[in-house]
Design a protein around this ligand. Structure first.
Ligand SMILES: [Ca+2]
Ligand SMILES: [Ca+2]
Length: 365
């Protein structure tokens, strides 16, 4: 691996520490203005450190005056006290699982961007995501696996890695990650797995960090990811009898550190595409919509033979907010939805008849 000069970054972070003053924001361990997976990495570096406890301890998202008198420091000079998120004088798992988890994604001031070094192919270790070759049935579990480093470019002095697993929230119902049972990065007593799922934006924030101040070296499997696809998917593809778009996964914002807290570049994997098996589509996505993608209006109909008068229509945007969109008088299980007042993106349409509720997704161009 290549050594990377971090003097500029260290100077920048040092300057920020001064600007932010002597306050701990509970969860922002590297004191850069945002709580994210990098703070979980830094937590691992400081785990076990002890110092003075703070007065007026609270977990709430507000600045807490430092107690000082902590001997441990991160490479950029920030005190290990910032990893004592709950202010009890000790850095332990509660600081991670309660405070970093609870204040995840919160910001103060103007956050300074975390460093995500992009590796050079065939020079630096790569992160690999694979699996799902046999496809995903609707509503069913798909297992993915992740590896870090390979025989040609293994990882030396590994201490932790953080990254974001991205996916289309329209297609994925849930996602979680576990340590691979025989991974080289350590067992569950040596490695902390930290993850936060943001279902609305399609992001699983992941950190694997050792917690014993000892590095390890190796390559290969590190984790398995469990993903469940949505059980109701309706798009223009299946309405036209064409194949469904695949479930797509991609990884961003990778930071890997050694036991000194130094960053090492990692090669980002190519996006992974998992085909959706469509054997269940016929019975589960029978609501008809045309055209889809839609411009200003779209005709929506219940399937032939099951058309009843429409009792209610609800439209939700990708953030789950209910939209007030007009629709034509709903006769015989068919109506026109007017989308002039909707911006570009995905919408979920729910239609109530006397006896059933139908759902479909429409893309507004
Ligand atoms: Ca931070
Ligand atoms: Ca603590």
């Amino acid at each position: 691996m290549k050594r990377v000069t971090l003097i500029a970054s260290v100077l920048l972070l040092g300057a920020l520490s001064v600007v932010n003053g002597q306050n701990v924001w509970p969860g922002d361990v590297n004191n850069n203005g945002i709580v994210n997976g990098v703070d979980a990495l830094y937590w691992g570096l400081a785990n076990g450190s002890k110092g003075s406890s703070r007065t007026n301890v609270t977990n709430s998202w507000q600045p807490q005056r430092t107690a000082g008198n902590w001997s441990g420091v991160f490479p950029d000079g920030t005190s290990h006290e910032y990893a004592d998120c709950n202010g009890d004088g000790s850095v332990d798992e509660l600081d991670l699982t309660e405070i970093i988890q609870g204040n995840f994604d919160k910001t103060h001031g103007t956050p300074a961007a975390d460093k995500f070094l992009v590796g050079e192919t065939d020079v630096d270790p790569r992160l690999i995501i694979q699996g799902g070759e046999s496809g995903a049935g609707l509503g069913q579990l798909v297992q993915l696996s992740l590896a870090l480093g390979d025989a040609l470019n293994p990882v030396t002095d590994f201490y932790g890695v953080t990254f974001t697993l991205n996916f289309d929230p329209q297609w994925v119902k849930s996602a979680s990650i576990n340590l691979h049972p025989n991974t080289w990065i350590g067992n569950e007593s040596q490695v902390k797995v930290f993850q936060v799922l943001n279902r609305a934006t399609g992001k699983l924030f992941v950190t694997f960090v050792r917690k014993n101040k000892q590095p390890t070296s190796g390559s290969g499997m590190i984790a398995t990811a469990s993903v469940i696809s949505e059980d109701v998917i309706s798009t223009r593809e299946n309405l036209r009898g064409e194949s469904m778009p695949p479930l797509r996964f991609w990884i961003e914002d990778i930071q890997m550190i050694d036991h000194y807290g130094q960053d090492w570049p990692v090669v980002k994997p190519q996006p992974l595409e998992v085909p959706i098996l469509d054997q269940q589509l016929e019975t589960k996505t029978a609501l008809w919509a045309y055209p889809n993608p839609a411009n200003e209006s779209v005709v929506i109909a219940m399937p032939q033979g099951r058309r009843e008068s429409v009792k209610r229509v609800d439209v939700f945007n990708a953030q789950g907010q209910r939209m007030d969109l007009p629709y034509s008088p709903a006769m015989s299980g068919q109506f026109t939805l007017y989308m002039a007042g909707a911006t570009t993106g995905w919408y979920v349409v729910k239609v109530w008849s006397e006896t059933e509720v139908w759902t479909t997704r429409i893309y507004r161009l």
